[in-house]
Ligand binder design. Structure first.
Ligand code: F0G
Length: 527
């Protein structure tokens, strides 16, 4: 490499060692379009086709010329990058541009308010925090009148205008016999207050999906399914229930297991009756329409409809994490629109930064929006002029020519997928599955833990990484599996993917499939 560091490795040396063990410890020195370059021993640049695409943050490629030109002009012009606590018309412009796109794709006139952040996990956490603020406020709005209702019922009882029904006492577990006096009412009122308080004090519950990935910060990692990431930190934040994607009926089951009620009283004619009200204990249903880190799993239309139905029933907001699937990658701006899923919240990041800025945004539908959130959530770096102007440029490029970028994502994705299918047709016993939409595709190999070759079998626990190392070494292809789906390689190139780049990948995949068919483990591992 060009910047070999002397002495101690201090920036994640363990990870580097691990990358080296599978031949992925390459230093890239330049990038453009779908190409990353490293230098060989003679100092010559070696091009690598980048299918990892910054894990999906490069819809418009590395160093897109139009974005670079804008970035340069912003910096040359002395853009006030950090001007916190002032007017940010550019942030409003980004929000407006996003609203135009969302309204078109969702076929709605509903507006979405925008809270800006810096990373995907941060946008998810902003959505979680907002949903929790809203949940607590709704809980308070529900609970406050209950105290008044109890007071009114007490007054009616004392005034002899109403009496306590045995049914009301029974609802709270009291025996109804001979207990319809004031003391009985006070017992009932105390029990209502006690039970309601217990429901109010419960920690919020989140619903998420098996295979989900929402980030690695304290809140978002608890919504992330992979136990290795999540379990060590479970004491730090609210917990989620993980629902299997192939069992839509499990959504209702999870809600039934978690839901709770607040008790209230009403004076109906001359009777004091107890009524139950749905308590907002489930804070949000958080999901990716196409799971990325989980191995490219697309949720079905049927599953999406059930999410919508069940959450509507209990007025639970749906947070759609489009951090990886959004920004046009699926062929639509929002992948969720492809399965008819509609969110109360959306999280966007990655390509919003155009490959040069770090920015993200959380969108929340106006009828859920709590203005109080603006006073309790912020970041030094969020909503800055540089990243907002870059985001505007990204959206302008995506929307240009009546959405040419979305059409390209669909068309190039189809070309890539057609190639995958042809490889699969020739290696049916090697290729397990091909999944995804547009330029968010997964190519799954059969599990190799029972492979005949010891070199392959022994590496089955991180098979995809070994395959990735081989593709890089022998074919100058950059792709990865994920820690949560080690037999699935993930492909998220830019919309400028060429037929030649697809052909280069095809040669690599056919080579790997041939090696697996021949069980030539030594060659794959590079021993
Ligand atoms: N949500 C989704 C759906 C993601 O894919 C990611 C990151 C995040 C949130 C967190 O975003 O890294 O900017 O904080 N996914 C990468 C991956 C890391 O491997 O798929 P972040």
């Amino acid at each position: 490499g060009s910047t070999e560091s002397p002495g101690l490795e201090l920036a994640e040396p363990f990870l580097l060692e691990w990358l080296a063990s599978v031949g992925l410890d390459v230093e890239y020195v330049r990038a453009e379009g779908n190409t990353l370059y490293y230098r060989d021993a003679d100092g010559r640049e070696v091009p690598v086709v980048d299918y990892a695409g910054g894990y999906g943050s490069l819809m418009l490629g590395h160093n897109n010329p139009e974005i670079i030109a804008l970035a340069k002009s912003l910096l040359d012009g002395g853009v006030p990058v950090h001007a916190q606590f002032s007017r940010h018309p550019y942030a409003n412009q980004v929000a407006a541009a996003l609203n135009t796109i969302l309204q078109r794709e969702l076929g709605t006139t509903d507006a979405y308010s925008a809270i800006f952040a810096n990373t995907g996990a941060e946008a998810v956490e902003a959505a979680i925090k907002h949903a929790e603020l809203d949940r607590r406020m709704r809980m308070d709005e529900l609970a406050a009148p209950i105290a008044e209702h109890l007071e009114a019922a007490r007054a009616a009882l004392l005034g002899g205008e109403a009496s306590l029904s045995g049914e009301a006492l029974g609802a709270l577990g009291f025996s109804a016999t001979e207990r319809v006096d004031l003391a009985a009412f006070e017992d009932l009122a105390a029990e209502i207050v006690r039970r309601n308080e217990a429901v109010r004090q419960r920690p919020p519950v989140f619903l998420s999906l098996e295979g989900s990935f929402h980030g690695k910060l304290m809140g978002s990692v608890q919504l992330t399914h992979n136990e290795g990431y999540r379990a060590p930190f479970s004491a730090l934040a609210a917990q989620a229930r993980f629902i299997p994607r192939d069992r839509p009926e499990a959504i209702k089951e999870a809600v039934e297991a978690e839901r709770a009620e607040l008790f209230d009283v009403v004076v109906e004619g001359d009777t004091i009756a107890v009524v139950r009200r749905e308590a907002p204990v489930i804070c949000a249903f958080v999901l990716e329409p196409i799971q990325g880190e989980g191995g490219i799993n697309v949720i079905t239309r049927e599953f999406a409809a059930e999410v919508q139905r069940v959450t509507a029933e209990i007025d639970c907001p749906v947070v759609i994490d489009e951090v990886q699937s959004g920004m046009g990658r699926s062929g639509a701006f929002l992948a969720s629109t492809l399965v008819g899923l509609r969110g109360d919240y959306y999280a966007l990041a990655k390509s919003l930064g155009g490959g040069v800025a770090k920015s993200s945004v959380m969108l929340v539908r106006r009828d859920r929006y709590r203005k109080e959130f603006e006073l309790v959530h912020s970041s030094t770096f969020a909503k800055d002029a540089f990243s907002c102007f870059v985001a505007l440029k990204v959206l302008e490029l995506m929307e240009a020519e009546d959405g040419r970028v979305y059409r390209l994502a669909a068309e190039r994705g189809q070309a890539l997928r057609t190639m995958f299918e042809s490889v699969r047709a020739d290696f049916p016993e090697i290729v397990a599955d091909i999944r995804g939409e547009g330029l968010m595709l997964g190519f799954e190999f059969q599990d190799q833990s029972e492979a005949a070759s010891a070199a392959i079998r022994d590496n089955a626990g991180f098979f995809g990484y070994v395959a990735a190392g081989y593709l890089l070494r022998e074919h100058r292809i950059r792709t990865f599996p994920t820690a949560s789906a080690v037999h699935t390689l993930r492909f998220e190139p830019s919309v400028y993917l060429s037929d030649a780049e697809i052909a280069q990948l095809e040669a690599g995949l056919r080579d790997v499939c041939g090696i697996l068919r021949a069980q030539d483990g030594e060659r794959l591992v590079g021993a």
